[in-house]
Design a protein around this ligand. Structure first.
Ligand code: HEC
Length: 124
């Protein structure tokens, strides 16, 4: 993956011709995903809810990093998506530690599943 970014960057530098931005891609740059409608939908819903007060993609807060959640569950199946969506709605504890995730009864199962699909796309 890193090599992929690197060659993209090289290509960018060559075509930008002299543009001297040599900084590495930002930690939360999920290049290639931002055009994915599943990614956009889930991220949009997450941004509108309270998720980001406890979760970040690459930094543990009260809750686990989304990247770790994605890596733990791996490639997504309907069972995993449905299970994690229920957990978002009902809340729960014990998988990542003793801190509970608060329940989100106001979120529809369908929306919670869209959020989970976004999270699972973050797998590296
Ligand atoms: C008050 C803080 C808090 C908020 C707000 C919160 N979470 Fe969590 N979340 C947690 C904690 C803590 C865990 C770990 C729970 C555990 O160990 O079972 C967790 C776990 C998860 C997991 C993994 C569950 C598992 O069983 O592996 C997912 C997915 C998740 N959160 C998504 C979300 C989404 C989406 C939202 C917004 C709707 C959200 N969280 C809002 C604290 C929070």
């Amino acid at each position: 993956m890193y090599k992929f970014f690197f060659s993209l960057m090289l290509l960018g530098l060559l075509t930008a011709c002299g543009n001297s931005t040599s900084s590495a891609p930002a930690a939360e740059d999920n290049s290639g995903l931002s055009d994915n409608p599943v990614y956009k939908k889930g991220l949009g819903l997450i941004a509108k809810s309270d998720c980001l007060t406890c979760h970040k993609v690459d930094e543990p807060l009260t809750g686990p990093k989304y990247r770790d959640v994605a890596n733990k569950y791996g490639s997504y199946s309907d069972t995993i998506v449905a299970h994690l969506a229920k957990k978002i709605i009902s809340g729960g504890t014990g998988v990542w530690g003793q801190i509970p995730m608060i329940p989100h009864p106001q979120i529809a199962q369908e929306d919670a599943e869209a959020m989970v699909k976004y999270i699972l796309l973050l797998k590296k």
